[in-house]
Design a protein around this ligand. Structure first.
Ligand code: 5RP
Length: 223
């Protein structure tokens, strides 16, 4: 059973005619984009904005109408995946490298719906390395600061071994802080570091986490 598709299909049911919809990035968001495209073909009237170049390309190929973020002030509903979600609906995101654009969309959204399979649900965040987007300039100094904070940063590489570069021209430092007991404090400390653009902690942003489960059911966690 495809648990990612299960969660995605359920979340797409919340989309209504006339909405501006934010599209996430990753293998779970992929299914949401496909389901949205099906509904558009059936007559759903929406406009979309995407959190990555690849999600925008996919959505355009599938015929989803687009709006520029420069032409809107808010988004009705964004659907996106996550790498980890705890019981307080705090998240680690950015495994796909799109955390900055994802956070911009989430922050502009009236509702931010997170879709995951059950493996992503955790008691405490931190088993998944926390992605931190950093500017290339002075990266050694920024990495030193992340190390001092206990993050053991590793600069992400692509499958071909080259440096991974985000859609924003930045790098990702994957950090291992261990168990993150206080995500709010950690995100504040990270964002104080010059050279850090943003980090993959999404604290208090999710309106709901939709979980696809192996028994075929869907669980919805809300604040
Ligand atoms: C991309 C993300 C993704 O939502 C996250 O990595 C989950 O990906 P997937 O749905 O492929 O497991 O944050 O930056």
């Amino acid at each position: 059973m495809n648990l990612k598709k299960l969660a995605a299909d359920r979340a797409v049911e919340w989309i209504e005619d006339g909405m501006t919809v934010g599209l996430g990035t990753g293998s779970t968001a992929y299914w949401a984009i496909h389901r949205i495209a099906e509904r558009v073909k059936e007559g759903l009237n929406i406009r979309a904005a995407a959190s990555s170049i690849r999600s925008e390309q996919l959505a355009r190929e599938l015929g989803i109408p687009f709006v520029s973020l420069d032409d809107i002030d808010r988004i009705d509903l964004t659907i996106d995946g996550a790498d980890e979600a705890d019981d307080r609906l705090n998240l680690i995101k950015g495994g796909g490298g799109a955390l900055l654009r994802e956070k911009i969309l989430a922050a502009a959204s009236d509702r931010f719906i997170v879709i995951v399979d059950e493996s992503k649900r955790v008691r405490t965040l931190g088993a998944f390395p926390l992605p931190v987007e950093i500017v290339p300039f002075g990266s050694r100094l920024t990495l030193n600061r992340l190390t001092a904070l206990g993050g053991n940063p590793v600069v992400r590489t692509s499958d071909d071994g080259s440096r991974y570069v985000t859609d924003n021209g930045n790098w990702i430092a994957d950090c291992r802080f261990g168990s993150i007991e206080d995500p709010e404090r950690l995100q504040a400390l990270l964002n104080e570091i010059p050279g850090v653009v943003d980090n993959g902690l999404f604290v208090g942003m999710a309106s709901a986490v939709v979980i696809g489960k192996s028994d075929g059911s869907v669980e919805i966690m809300e604040p």
